[in-house]
Each structure stands twice: as C-alpha cells, then as structure tokens.
Design a protein around this ligand. Structure first.
Ligand SMILES: Cc1ncc(COP(=O)(O)O)c(C=O)c1O
Length: 450
C-alpha cells in the first residue's frame, strides 16, 4: 500500500508526497517498514531530546495509564501533575515556579498570552492589551499564536481571522548592519524593541513574546550577550511582560535548561514544549511567578483558560520520566559538549558556495543557503532549495528540518539540525557527511533546471 494521498485514509500534512512508514526507533536512528535506516538529525520537529526507544519512559507512561490515565484538571490533581510542576519549578530560573501543563506549544503560547492580559486587567491596567512580537518569529499555528508569528505564508487563507500584533525586528546577525558585533545596530541591541514600545505607548503594551534563540524562524540566530539583559531592562522599565517562548530552545536544547538562563535573564512568563517529554507524549507548559498569579488569586480567583487535556496525568508522567532521565544521564551537559563538536564540524559546510551561514547553540544549528554568498542573495522561491535539499537528505537517510521563506519578502532557505542529545562524535560526522552530499546533489539539480 502506498502512503500517499489519496490511497490511504490519512489526511497527510503534504498531499503530494509519499511517506515512509516508520516501524521503530533506537537512539538517533529510525527504521522504516522496509528496513531502511534514517539518522534523525532534527529529532523530528526538534522534539526527540532523549533519543528514540527509551523503554523506561515508555514504561512510566504505561504505568500511569494503568493506574489512572486521566482526571479533569478542573476537579482533581494527581501525583504526576504535582511532580511535574515541582520538577519544572526547580529547574526554572528566578521566581518562575507555577506550572500549567498543556499539550502543544501553540496551546501554551495562547495560555501564556491570555495570562499576561488577565494579569493586567485584574491589576486595573485595562489599557494594556497590545502584544509585541518580533520578525522573523514563530510561535505556533492556532490563531493567537499565528497572529504573533511573523510567518506570512502560514497566514495566507486566514488573515481575516487574525488579531493585530505590534512588530519589531528580531536580532538576525547574518542579515543586519552590525553582523552581531559591537557597536550593535538597533535590531541587535534591543533598541528596536524600545522604539516599538515607545511608538505604541508603554501603557498600552501588555507583553513582548520572543524566542531567546531563533528557532526555524531565524534559523538558530543567536543574539549577542548584551541583547537579552537590555531587553529585560526595557521590559521592566516600561512594565511590559517578557514572555520567553522556549518551546523549541527549552528543555536543554541549547545546552542549558532554558536558553535565556545563559544570558542571566529571567522572563516574566516562560513557555516550554516540544522536547519536554521527548516526543513520548505531547506536553507543554506555561511557567509563571507567584507575583503574577497572586493578582488573579486575590481578584477573580481563577485563570480564565480551560482545556480538557490540561494537567493530564499520563502526559505529565511522561514529562517527569523524561526530565529525570535527562538529569540521571547528564544529557543537558552532553548536549552542550556535543553541541561544540557539532558546530566545529559544521564549519566544513562553508566550503560550499551556497552555504551563506552556519550558526546556533548547543545541539541546535541553522544552515542558511544563498544563491550568491557575496551579496547574501537568497535563491528564488521557485528553486525550492530547502525542500529539495531535505528530500535529497532523506533519500540518503538523513532527517533535517527545512524551512523556507523566513525573510520579509518570503524568500530564504534554511536547513535545521537538532539531533537527540545522545548523539556521539561518529554520528555527528555521519550527519555532516550526508548533509554535504545532499548539498552537492541539490546544487547540481538547481543548476540543471535553471
Ligand atoms: C518557538 C516555537 N513556539 C511555538 C511553537 C508551536 O508549537 P506546536 O507546533 O507544538 O504547537 C513552535 C513550533 O515549531 C516553535 O518553534
């Protein structure tokens, strides 16, 4: 049977391609039903932090499901929910110690933004309703999260349903005036954020939501060391809540539990997702300080947000088991160490004329492809460079995460790597070799068609 629309009952995400059928996974590798092996270079969508096939996490899930799989978070709590919240509170920086568990990243972003708004209303600051977000950025696909995202092509059919969001340029060192080095330009120093707050009127801006290190959106762009401390100071000065979207960068991906802590910065609200339960269950979380939640407790007495599957016992059991596994095996430290090896090896890719930049932190890397390296001119979207590259990599048994159209004009081609933290040096070598072969093949295909 072919796994392609329309020959299956599955409504696939892409209706034009054939899907390999994965039968099992082990560590960094996946195996399909034909016996083909794939090196999972992106952990799926930046999810598989602890590796595939960890039986003790699977057993923790099964065990909880056998005891009691689900109770409504409106009526009950449970051991895994309490333990999950305590683990996250312990790992989170500063005063972030209250945890609202959800499923997807988009759900957590929606809940975090609602919490910010409810806080201001219950504080009597009802004028504070505007959301500030960066460009490029990505915060999810539900309608408020999509509104906050600057991914124009994702909005194509839905613009009428989206809410206005104030925009400031993100730090994107490869494509800005200063190149990420002092003296920093307005984008890379945080001055652009301050200008946007002042333009809108600080007493109208509720929150800034931002990715501490760029995800797919800006291809793992890493802001300068001064950036986040300055943005933190700006947000505090103008009483704008700083919401750190750590869905992709959190849970250890950049070599520390959260990416912001390496900047010595504590946000007002943090959202986690993706690797939080390593892919063993869909699990995300809003993490907030008591100083915000106390205002709700003294006022309405409720956080006005409810979802059937929030505070889910079995999902939280997967989260607890994943966090304990990460800690017991020192996997976040391993992520930092293997990240250094990865970034060193990836420098080899600069020998390809189409590789404009290689960047990232920990086991998160972004490779930006360009048609002309001297001018940083991207390929035209018709070349479909990133998509063809990902298909060629997959043909060779390497999974990467492609991303096209991150620039304001809808151009831009990225390939992202985010392997499981258990990856070793030899597997990193294998990944870089396969990556290089796929680049060569893609370049010759693109040349042949132009
Ligand atoms: C930074 C960031 N925020 C939010 C999301 C949305 O998460 P989800 O796809 O789980 O809804 C993503 C997903 O890629 C993301 O990268």
């Amino acid at each position: 049977m072919s796994h392609k629309y329309p020959s299956s009952h599955v409504l696939y995400r892409k209706l034009t391609r054939e899907y390999p059928r994965i039968a099992r996974g082990d560590g960094c590798y996946l195996y399909d039903d034909q016996g083909r092996r794939y090196l999972d270079g992106s952990g799926g969508a930046y999810v598989v932090n602890v590796g595939h096939g960890v039986s003790e996490i699977a057993e923790a899930l099964a065990c909880q499901a056998g005891r009691v799989a689900y109770v409504s978070g409106t009526t009950f709590t449970s051991d895994p929910v309490e333990e999950f919240a305590a683990e996250i509170a312990q790992l989170s920086p500063g005063d972030l110690d209250l945890v609202y568990p959800l499923g997807s990243g988009s759900e957590a972003v929606e809940a975090a933004l609602k919490l910010a708004r409810q806080y201001w209303v219950e504080s009597g600051r009802t004028k504070k309703h505007k959301l500030l977000a960066l460009a490029p950025s990505y915060h999810g696909n539900t309608l408020l999260a999509l509104s906050a995202s600057s991914r124009e092509q994702y909005k194509t059919y839905y613009r009428e349903w989206l809410v206005p969001v104030v925009r400031a340029p993100a730090s994107y060192p490869y494509r800005c005036q200063c190149g990420g080095v002092a003296p920093l330009c307005a984008e890379c120093s945080g001055a652009a954020i301050e200008a946007a707050i002042l333009r809108e009127g600080p007493d109208t801006v509720a929150a800034l939501i931002a990715e501490p290190v760029g995800g797919s959106s800006s291809g793992a762009s890493v802001p300068a060391a001064e950036y986040w401390p300055r943005v933190r100071e700006i947000c505090s000065r103008y009483e704008v809540l700083l919401v750190a979207d750590e869905i992709l960068t959190g849970a250890g991906r950049t070599g520390t539990w959260s990416a912001l802590e390496s900047y010595g910065v504590v946000p007002d609200i943090m959202v986690l997702g993706k690797g939080l339960a390593g892919g063993y269950a869909p699990l995300s979380a809003v993490v907030a300080p008591r100083r915000l939640v106390d205002v709700l407790a003294r006022g309405s007495g409720v956080f006005l947000h409810a979802q059937t599957f929030s505070h889910h016992a079995t999902l939280c059991a997967a989260g607890v088991a994943t966090i304990r596994y990460l800690q017991r095996h020192g996997l976040i430290q391993r992520c930092a160490a293997m990240g250094r090896v990865l970034h060193q090896r990836l420098q080899e890719l600069r020998s390809f004329a189409c590789v404009g930049d290689v960047r990232g932190k920990g086991l998160l890397a972004g490779i930006e492809f360009v048609e002309d390296r001297s001018t940083q001119r991207p390929f035209p979207p018709s070349a479909r460079f990133a998509e063809s590259f990902a298909a060629n990599a997959l043909d060779r048994g390497l999974v990467v995460w492609p991303n096209a159209g991150q620039l304001a004009d809808g151009t831009g081609d990225l390939a992202m790597l985010a392997p499981p933290f258990v990856i070793d040096e030899q597997q990193i070598g294998e990944m870089v070799t396969l990556f290089g072969e796929a680049v060569e093949q893609t370049v010759s295909q693109v040349k042949a068609t132009r």
